[in-house]
Design a protein around this ligand. Structure first.
Ligand code: P1T
Length: 384
């Protein structure tokens, strides 16, 4: 049975993987080497220098391609390094349309690094895909979608955006970090590129910083491999191993993240001191129907604000939490809490970030896989 025929819950463990050729090791060994012996110039066993390729990284890249239902995977030193490679497909004068509600570091990469090389970014709300077309012109080369969005949990209709992108021959890239392929498969919905901060759910244990890309088309893959090797922000062998190990339990972890996420979203929604909870599983979420259609569940990321909440109130709550650790990042087995305005999204100017709802009172939770009753008890003592 080829790994292409496997169901998702088997792909996470076996997809793109074979026992190691040398001794049959079931887990890919950590090939901690920069270079490989050659018998004559060019006479090697498929690997010549670890920036170009390394067997442990190749194992991760094959796994990424398999779980995202693509053909080609690429692993980078971080999620932002993966995004950097995508934008390097473009030329000065090109334009990108990006969602305006996205990870602060993604916004910073686009606006503070690539704008100065002559690439223009239009940051817009994409909940209504019909609003995108007005920004398309003959210079538009890429649409950048993050869904669910970080941190407002907006949902963007990947299929509708992909139809638009195809109509105008524009590339569509989807940051699938929050959903993971357990919940959402952008390539199947028409995207050209899937991007991951594998630092999050794919790694799953908050012990590594890694990025990934997956594509279906060989010509696009070759361009990205060229950039990966020529720019050099590759994922190291030890980090590749850690993400591979994480992916093997992705499906069981995600199932629990979803269960705990639902319990906590409902607990917060019924709390008398809570004003608003942002979670796509609620029937009154503005894009709940799209979420239901394009996702297999709603995940463990939740944002909320308290009634009459202020910056001070939000800080008080995140400081009081004990089982939820106050920290950047998300997607690990342990629950984390964050204050986007001063942490993950501080690099977006206040005026810009408030347009998409990232106000000072907003708190973001990454719900882990601990016992949900303990998590709720922790929120109870912190919110009061
Ligand atoms: O941190 P890095 O692996 O470089 O990935 C960047 C990134 C890209 N896309 C999304 C949706 C992300 O959430 C991130 C990183 N985000 C955090 C560190 C955070 O706490 O939101």
């Amino acid at each position: 049975m080829g790994s292409k025929d496997l169901k998702f819950n088997s792909k996470t463990i076996h997809g793109g993987q074979k026992p190691d050729k040398a001794y049959g090791a079931v887990m890919p060994p950590i090939y901690q080497t920069s270079t490989y012996a050659q018998s004559t110039p060019g006479g090697h066993k498929g690997f010549e220098y670890s920036r170009s390729a390394n067997p442990t990284r190749t194992a991760l890249e094959n796994s990424l391609a398999s779980i995202e239902y693509g053909q080609f995977g690429l692993a980078f030193a971080s999620g932002l390094a993966a995004m950097d490679a995508v934008i390097k497909l473009l030329n000065p004068g090109d334009e990108v349309i990006s969602t305006n509600d996205l990870y602060g570091g993604s916004y910073r990469l686009f606006s503070q690094i690539f704008e100065k090389y002559g690439i223009t970014f239009h940051f817009i709300g994409m909940q209504d895909p019909n609003k995108i077309e007005a920004y398309i012109n003959d210079k538009t080369k890429l649409i950048w979608v993050e869904t669910p969005t970080n941190p407002m949990m907006n949902i963007i209709d990947i299929k509708a955006v992909s139809q638009l992108a195809k109509k105008h021959a524009i590339l569509l890239a989807v940051d699938n970090t929050f959903a993971t392929p357990y919940l959402q498969r952008p390539l199947d919905l028409g995207a050209d590129i899937v991007m991951h901060s594998a630092t999050k759910y794919l790694g799953g244990h908050s012990d590594v910083v890694v990025g990934g890309l997956v594509v279906k088309e060989e010509a696009l893959a070759q361009k990205l491999y060229f950039i990966q090797n020529a720019s050099g922000a590759v994922c190291g062998p030890m980090d590749s191993f850690l993400v591979l190990r994480g992916i093997k339990t992705l499906h069981v972890r995600m199932q629990r993240h979803c269960e705990n996420g639902e319990a906590i979203a409902n607990y917060l929604a019924n709390h008398p001191k809570i004003e608003k909870v942002y979670w796509p599983g609620f029937e009154d979420h503005p894009n709940h129907d799209i979420a239901k259609e394009q996702m297999n569940g709603f995940g463990g990321m939740i944002s909320f604000i308290t009634k009459g909440g202020s910056y001070k109130d939000a800080i008080k709550i995140v400081e009081k939490l004990q089982l939820f650790t106050l920290a950047e990042s998300l997607g690990g087995v342990e629950s984390l809490a964050g204050h986007p305005a001063s942490m993950t999204h501080a690099s977006i100017p206040k005026e810009e970030r408030e347009k998409s709802g990232v106000i000072d009172a907003l708190i973001r939770l990454s719900v882990g896989i601990e016992d949900k009753d303990d998590l709720i008890a922790d929120l109870e003592q912190a919110i009061g």
